[in-house]
Design a protein around this ligand. Structure first.
Ligand code: SAM
Length: 247
């Protein structure tokens, strides 16, 4: 039986890692990383000296033979009974990050049916095969929602917004909906997105969560116009990582 751990890592502040995540990273045979150089900084901080390997990103894995060789290698490790951990550059793997495809392929390959099957073990698992085990921790979307002050009892997470197709329809949907929306945005598109919110959702409240858990962490809340004007006046605030909450 081998274990495949999905390990959440910090989204900024290196202290935001669970004891269980550290233990897991110390004990596995191999750590699969989005970018091995990025993960090395975390491993060095916690004196973890482990073999690392980059894993196939979701969209290219099918097409690229080098990536599918990596997938075969990962399967081989698991078949040999080795324990693996999956991490992304920051936060929870698979949440707007590569990793979801890999988890899905492993579940397919090792027949980890989502619903329990009467003929197999617990969770549809065949004995002697792979346990997929989440090690929960930080995720920017949950961190932003928790301190936004906006309603969180019902929300929709949109990941990154589409750049073209469906974008306008999405803003119109946000304008009409009663629930809260959360999405990720890059620094070079944040003004454009706020402009769209001003145009399509002027009555909404926005909370811009910037640089969460880092030195310049900031929450700016107001109408789309107020938040846009704030960023236009303070150009240095246009940099960094953003999670946007709209309610
Ligand atoms: N898997 C990650 C998670 O669980 O948080 C998200 C990865 S996604 C590729 C990266 C995006 O998440 C960034 O572009 C930004 O929109 C958001 N993000 C990540 N870290 C953040 C932070 N410290 N503050 C605000 N937003 C952040």
């Amino acid at each position: 039986m081998s274990n495949f751990y999905i390990v959440a890592t910090p989204i900024g502040n290196m202290g935001d890692i669970t004891l269980r995540a550290i233990e897991t990273l110390k004990n596995v045979d191999l750590i699969l990383c989005e970018d091995t150089r990025q993960t090395k900084k975390l491993l060095d901080k916690y004196n973890i000296n482990k073999l690392t390997m980059s894993y196939p990103s979701d969209d290219v894995a099918e097409k690229n033979s080098r990536q599918s060789n990596k997938l075969d290698k990962i399967f081989a490790f698991l078949e040999e009974g080795k324990d693996l951990a999956l991490v992304s550059d920051a936060g929870t793997p698979g949440i707007s990050d590569p990793g979801a495809m890999l988890v899905s392929k492993i579940k397919e390959r090792f027949d980890l049916s989502p619903s329990p099957s009467p003929n197999l073990g617990e969770g549809g698992r065949r004995p002697g095969e792979v346990n997929v085990i989440p090690i929960p921790g930080p995720s920017a979307v949950i961190t932003a929602l928790s301190a936004s002050g906006l309603p969180t009892h019902e929300f929709t997470f949109l990941g990154f917004l589409p750049h073209k197709k469906g974008r306008e329809t999405l803003f119109k949907e946000i304008a009409l909906a009663k629930r809260t929306f959360a999405f990720y945005e890059s620094p070079h598109r944040i003004l454009k997105t706020l402009e769209s919110l001003v145009k399509f959702c002027p009555e909404k409240k926005v909370c811009l969560a910037r640089e969460l858990t880092k030195i310049y962490e900031e929450f700016k809340t107001g109408s789309p116009r107020e938040v846009l004007e704030y960023l236009e006046k303070n150009k240095e605030k246009q940099r960094g990582e953003f999670t946007v909450i709209v309610s």
